[in-house]
Design a protein around this ligand. Structure first.
Ligand SMILES: NC(=O)NC1=NC(=O)NC1=O
Length: 174
């Protein structure tokens, strides 16, 4: 789907296609729709990034809290969004040994205990070994640095979801 097709979408169709580019935060694509016509994928990304950056810290932490844990309960119970399910599978979290599941569980809760929001990383760009190493390493960050780092990961997840949608010609899904 080229950028002209994106710009020609009704609001409802735009939200149908792009509503989950930031996990469970449809308000973000709903808000940036006003900026069309977009000049390209990078323009959509830039508007999403600017919107997120304009939020108060509580809003950024709210976005992080909308993300499911990696190898968490939602994965176990099949409650993940399709995007998240595919990302977690790509990073190898759908075939963890029980010991690895409980290790991720305790690391995730230690992280959440310390920062008040979940550990977020772009799963498609990392192996599960990278992710566990990153989780341990980032536990040492201070809250502000970690919030910024996690928001950076949210933007990477968004960039890959956008590319997947636009290049996979998702207009056919309508
Ligand atoms: N807590 C997370 O980092 N969750 C996720 N990262 C992804 O790339 N997909 C997810 O569901």
């Amino acid at each position: 789907m080229d950028i002209n097709a994106v710009n020609a979408l009704s609001y409802e169709d735009f939200l149908e296609i792009f509503g989950n580019v930031i996990e469970k935060c449809p308000i973000i694509p709903a808000a940036i729709w006003i900026h069309r016509p977009f000049t390209g994928l990078a323009d959509i990304e830039a508007h999403i990034s600017d919107f997120i950056d304009s939020l108060p810290e509580s809003g950024k932490e709210g976005i992080l809290r909308c993300h499911p844990d990696l190898a968490g309960r939602e994965l176990q119970s099949g409650a993940l969004t399709q995007d998240s399910q595919e990302e977690q599978r790509a990073a190898g979290f759908t075939d963890l040994q029980p010991a690895e599941v409980s290790r991720m569980r305790s690391l995730n809760s230690e992280y959440k205990e310390r920062f008040g929001f979940p550990f977020v990383i772009c799963a498609r760009l990392n192996t599960r070994q990278d992710i566990m190493r990153e989780l341990l390493q980032r536990l040492g960050n201070d809250r502000a640095a970690e919030r910024a780092r996690a928001i950076g990961e949210v933007k990477k997840i968004c960039a890959l979801r956008l590319r997947n949608l636009v290049l996979s010609d998702s207009a056919n899904k309508l």
